[in-house]
Ligand binder design. Structure first.
Ligand code: ZN
Length: 214
């Protein structure tokens, strides 16, 4: 079953998630939810998807490493390279937007697999970026919170394979999302701003890169 996506402004995207208990994990309902999460990621053409993006407060996400989809339960980053790389990022909860984000080049992630067995993933490059993006979601953090200054753009399709990158201020993005995805809701019912968090070190933009949506 495809799950309904939640969009920027929805308060659930700004809440910290809660760990999944062993009993809950093994329940047929939760196993089905995990399959739905992966199915929804594929349907939306994403490379990752976290539970809050489909309205769940559980600490789970899916992340693609090429053709392999990892289902991560209660994931946590246990190791980070000192080296950072900057590249374009997007998010299924913020359609049409992209920004440059500095991420650790390598990370070590510990989690449980869908059967509850401990796993450890050593990731680098794009997969490491996806994992950091998804695990941020589980803390209520969005990539725009970590974006390099003045790199946020709208992607506007101009033709077959031509895309315009139009710089935009975050204040304007909030206005557009309130109008486009949360019509009829008052500003008090929406939540755009991040919880407090440790900001990634700022490094100069390196430019280039494909669109990455998580
Ligand atoms: Zn995302």
């Amino acid at each position: 079953m495809l799950l309904k996506l939640r969009y920027y402004g929805d308060p659930i995207l700004r809440r910290k998630t809660v760990d999944v208990s062993p009993e809950e994990l093994l329940s047929s309902e939760f196993q089905e939810f995990l399959r739905d999460l992966a199915e929804t990621m594929h349907a939306e053409d994403g490379v990752g998807l976290a539970a809050p993006q489909v309205g769940s407060e559980k600490r789970v996400c899916v992340a693609a490493d090429g053709e392999t989809v990892h289902v991560l339960v209660n994931p946590r980053i246990r190791g980070r390279s000192i080296q950072l790389t900057c590249d374009n990022e997007g998010c299924l909860s913020l359609p049409g937007l992209q920004a440059q984000v500095a991420r650790h080049e390598r990370v070590i992630v510990q989690a449980l697999d869908p059967q509850g067995h401990p796993i450890e993933i050593r990731a680098k490059g794009l997969f490491a970026r996806v994992l950091q993006h998804e695990i941020d979601h589980l803390e209520g953090v969005l990539y725009i919170d970590r974006a390099e200054p003045n790199t946020l753009v709208w992607l506007e399709r101009k033709g077959e394979d031509e895309v315009d990158r139009v710089p935009v201020e975050l204040a304007e993005v909030k206005r557009v999302f309130a109008r486009r995805y949360h019509q009829g809701k008052s500003r008090e019912e929406l939540s755009f701003d991040p919880p407090s968090f440790q900001q990634a070190s700022q490094i100069p933009s390196s430019g280039g890169g494909d669109e990455r949506r998580g």
